[in-house]
Design a protein around this ligand. Sequence first.
Ligand SMILES: Cc1cc2nc3c(=O)[nH]c(=O)nc-3n(C[C@H](O)[C@H](O)[C@H](O)COP(=O)(O)OP(=O)(O)OC[C@H]3O[C@@H](n4cnc5c(N)ncnc54)[C@H](O)[C@@H]3O)c2cc1C
Length: 382
Amino acid sequence: MTQPALTTLSDDEVLFRDSVYEFADRDIRPLVRQMDDEAKVPRDLIDRLFDLGVMSIEIPDEFGGGGATFFHSVLAVEAVSRVDPSIGVLVDVHNTLVINALLRWANDQQHRAYLPQLAQKSVGAYALSEAGSGSDAFALATRGVERGDRYVLNGRKLWITNGNEADLFIVFATVNPDAGYRGITAFLVERGASGFTIGKKEDKLGIRASSTCELIFEDCAIARDAVLGEAGKGYKVAIETLNEGRIGIGAQMLGIAQGALDHAVRYTKERKQFGSTIASFQGVQFQLARAATELEAARLLVYNAARLRDARKPFLQEAAMCKLFASEVAERVTSLAVNLFGGNGFVKDYPVEKLFRDAKIGQIYEGTSNLQLQTIAKQLLA
Ligand SMILES: Cc1cc2nc3c(=O)[nH]c(=O)nc-3n(C[C@H](O)[C@H](O)[C@H](O)COP(=O)(O)OP(=O)(O)OC[C@H]3O[C@@H](n4cnc5c(N)ncnc54)[C@H](O)[C@@H]3O)c2cc1C
């Protein structure tokens, strides 16, 4: 049987992707500049994302979700990020990290308690990083201590996406620091839990509308059954969800690069110098052609990793490669778009300087580029 191309989408996938993009183009695009300036996402827009179904893509039908695939999440993150990568990462963390972790690791009672809310109105956040543990994530210091029928959390998390909007947080803490990574445990913590506060919100270079916050736990008491998976197995929850999550970041980077290329094509066909459109110059055409080629290569890597994941085949190396490459392509294509806009590329009245700033985060979060290279090299040399 001949296999379809990686980029060949089913009718359902085309319909889904196009409806998400149409929404982003119509409802998100007019707000992009304001959200970037104010570093804030209006709650009303988040509500409309829930109504559209992009906040419950893989949640089974019985819990009010779309019952779709991981690949659909990748298509949604790409389509939204083409317009605004801040909303792209909000959708991405909610779906590919939080819901994904719950689908895999939560028990029946947790599924019943949280999946309907996450499908309807509650945003999720994923809290692993701390001031002293970024790339070395399992050096985390937040403690979870058993006290009677409760766990008491103490510590601080840093850089937590959706910190301002989220109602449910997956929080990684150690229940036994002497056991190293085998003490790490994932906890489900609700906004409003006593002893849990949201700290400083970061003022960032890019994806400014996406909230990135410190989380503070001071004798935060939560029920024993708030453990996600098993106590001491949180490292598995973290590794496995992040392996998948970084495909989502690859998709965010694809969206950014596609958005920048769309703008560059449109602008170069309009802007005239030396009596012709700048797109008529071969020097510009070749730059656009190279960008389109790199974008296609990045898309193949991202779609391949996502399809392998849905087919339950190994995808660790492919996920690392897709994030590594797509984030580099996003940086190059957005930089080219700034160049092709000339002076207009450098000012906020035009959209490409923002995409250039937004692209940078792809090489940092969910494992820096060096950490992706480390994963790839480990597989290569095993
Ligand atoms: C906007 C934003 C959103 C984020 N969202 C979240 C979130 O939702 N949840 C969450 O838990 N975290 C989140 N993070 C944290 C993010 O995952 C970390 O910033 C990232 O993992 C890097 O950690 P670090 O900042 O401590 O850098 P460091 O680990 O200190 O790295 C600094 C530099 O050293 C390099 N380096 C480190 N170790 C090695 C090594 N062994 N070999 C070679 N080079 C190395 C790195 O590649 C990097 O270039 C977010 C960060 C940002 C900026």
